[in-house]
Ligand binder design. Structure first.
Ligand SMILES: *[C@@H]1O[C@H](CO)[C@@H](O)[C@H](O)[C@H]1NC(C)=O
Ligand SMILES: *[C@@H]1O[C@H](CO)[C@@H](O)[C@H](O)[C@H]1NC(C)=O
Ligand SMILES: *[C@@H]1O[C@H](CO)[C@@H](O)[C@H](O)[C@H]1NC(C)=O
Ligand SMILES: *[C@@H]1O[C@H](CO)[C@@H](O)[C@H](O)[C@H]1NC(C)=O
Ligand SMILES: *[C@@H]1O[C@H](CO)[C@@H](O)[C@H](O)[C@H]1NC(C)=O
Ligand SMILES: *[C@@H]1O[C@H](CO)[C@@H](O)[C@H](O)[C@H]1NC(C)=O
Length: 504
């Protein structure tokens, strides 16, 4: 049915529906008449038509209003034991109205006459209905490609050092001594329903792998980066902690401001950040075609103000007026950072499913990118495109009892010889591609990469020929610049942007 690789990409709601496969025979729902009505539809989901049939059943409930929809989803979530009751209630309160609005806005029939949006929603929620071909879409460059493109050649100068930070997920309510062994997605906090008994595993000052980062760990990381004296830094988003059932606009605003202030206080070189999935409801960025188009404007306004000190006023203006994207020059390097808000391509941004009209370039993000790249070419500058959504696996935060920061590995020193990279050649896209060819042929090298990806912590076994063919999928993900080119069995018709990284 679905591969483990595909399941990893799903959100809490697919977890809910997945739990339902196993449990719906034994659970009875006291206060939820529609839950029993939904049972057969839930149990029967195993292909695209049955997934659309389930969406259609949910659509009938959504058509009676947000409240019944939220009640039903919450009852299912609690009744099936998908998450703690407070988590179910909080998450459904946040994402439920968006999903209900989606279901009311699109045409769903259990056949191929369903809109492609309905099929994409099935894909996002259940990993079904993904066989339809990609519709070609072109964003033309203002000018034709140059006949003789500028060739960037090293003049033998000393390489610059750049720090890449990402996914800090700082829990500003992290509480030393709180329970680190809990039933929620993050622990180390006094939640309303935390037991009054002494913790089985008390949270230590510098973090725990079941928790998001304490402020002190982020400070320690920033101090180490400062010590390494980078020429500049890039930060690719995700500031707010994973207590997604509690987070709201007020908290997101103060968390973003607080981390901007933390970076400004600790780092003396400029920082070029991009947005992550932080919004009033996690991942929820509405398109300009939606009635909720301004719901995330507070994120753009907050970061426009917070980032202006590094990216300068013109780019800060773009952040505000281009849905969080901008292009900025790195002083003295002939280099531009083009930061794109990749949330408009993120499957779990449920605002992407609120219309049957296909929008290949929501909010004109690709058009903005093309203009920024044209401007870079006209100026003879290099450009790095940065964004939050990675193509491979999730990042894992380094949590240690004593945060001493050591060099874990150097990509140039470790991988350069495998590809035959000359000392002065950059770690270019061609280099990384060639490295994937080494990974195909050299199992030792691939396994080393697979260990590095989780910093040697919780290493997920990844071999060829296993369920979902993890090695093959991983290599495809690295090569794919577009979602339709990856090998995961669930796919999306939008481009996914990758991050150009140079680990130091
Ligand atoms: C974590 O909590 C569970 C449930 O309370 C308990 O069974 C388990 O022993 C605890 N783990 C540790 C490492 O204390
Ligand atoms: C969004 O905000 C702009 C500027 O404040 C306003 O002109 C527009 O009407 C708002 N759109 C919606 C749908 O609320
Ligand atoms: C935020 O984005 C990251 C990267 O895509 C993802 O791993 C993480 O699960 C997201 N968080 C939530 C709560 O969806
Ligand atoms: C990548 O491999 C190709 C084909 O072998 C080779 O021509 C090219 O120079 C390599 N590039 C890098 C950066 O390693
Ligand atoms: C394969 O990778 C390992 C680990 O990097 C390396 O030591 C070895 O020389 C490589 N083998 C070949 C044939 O390149
Ligand atoms: C992955 O598997 C497909 C289908 O078997 C094959 O065509 C492709 O070459 C494989 N890719 C890699 C990177 O091994």
């Amino acid at each position: 049915m679905r591969s483990p690789t595909a399941l990893r990409l799903f959100s809490w709601i697919s977890l809910l529906l997945t739990t339902a496969f196993a449990a719906s025979n034994v659970v009875s729902f006291d206060d939820c008449p529609s839950c029993d009505t939904l049972k057969p539809a839930i149990q029967n989901v195993d292909d695209c038509p049955s997934c659309l049939a389930l969406l259609s059943a949910f659509q009938s409930i959504a058509l009676t209003g947000d409240d019944p929809f939220i009640t039903t989803l919450t009852s299912l979530c609690i009744g099936l034991g998908t998450a703690d009751p407070d988590v179910c209630t909080g998450l459904v309160a946040r994402e439920g109205p968006i999903l209900a609005h989606d279901l009311r806005s699109i045409s769903i029939t259990p056949t191929s006459s369903s809109s492609s949006t309905a099929q994409k929603l099935c894909d996002a929620l259940m990993g079904m209905c993904v066989t339809h071909p990609v519709t070609p879409f072109t964003v033309p460059f203002p000018k034709p490609a140059p006949a003789h493109p500028k060739v960037f050649k090293s003049r033998g100068g000393k390489p610059i050092r750049v720090a890449h930070l990402s996914d800090v997920h700082i829990d500003r309510m992290y509480t030393v001594g709180a329970e680190a062994n809990c039933t929620k997605s993050i622990c180390c906090r006094d939640f309303d329903d935390s037991p009054s008994t002494p913790p089985t595993v008390p949270a230590l000052p510098n973090g725990n792998s079941h928790c998001d980062s304490p402020i002190s760990l982020a400070d320690s990381m920033l101090e180490e980066i400062e010590r390494l004296n980078p020429r500049f830094s890039i930060f690719t988003g995700d500031v707010v902690e994973g207590a997604t059932w509690l987070v709201d606009q007020a908290e997101v605003t103060t968390d973003l401001q607080a981390f901007d202030a933390q970076m400004a206080a600790k780092l003396s070189a400029p920082i070029f950040p991009s947005l992550g999935n932080d919004s009033a409801s996690v991942n929820a960025f509405a398109r300009t075609s939606s009635h909720a188009m301004n719901d995330s404007q507070f994120v753009f306004d907050t970061q426009s103000a917070g980032w202006e000190q590094w990216i300068k006023p013109a780019a800060a203006f773009e952040v505000k007026h281009h849905s969080g994207s901008y292009s900025a020059q790195v002083p003295g390097l002939g280099l531009r950072i083009v930061a794109v808000n990749t949330q408009y391509w993120y499957k779990q941004n449920f605002w992407l499913y609120d219309s049957d009209v296909v929008q290949p370039d929501p909010n004109g993000v690709l058009a903005f990118l093309v203009d920024a790249l044209q401007a870079a070419e006209d100026a003879g500058d290099r450009a790095w495109i940065i964004g939050h959504i990675p193509l491979g696996k999730e990042d894992t935060m380094i949590d240690q009892v004593f945060p001493t920061w050591n060099l874990y590995y150097s990509a140039r020193a470790t991988y350069g010889p495998l590809v035959g990279l000359p000392p002065n050649e950059p770690l270019s896209p061609a280099f990384w591609h060639n490295l994937t060819e080494v990974f195909v042929a050299n199992e030792t090298a691939f396994q080393m990469f697979n260990t590095f990806i989780s910093r040697g912590g919780a290493v997920t076994p990844c071999t060829g020929g296993d369920a979902g063919d993890c090695k093959n999928t991983t290599i495809c993900d690295m090569r794919a610049f577009r979602s339709e080119n990856n090998c995961v069995s669930i796919r999306l018709n939008f481009a996914v942007l990758t991050v150009w990284k140079e680990p130091f």
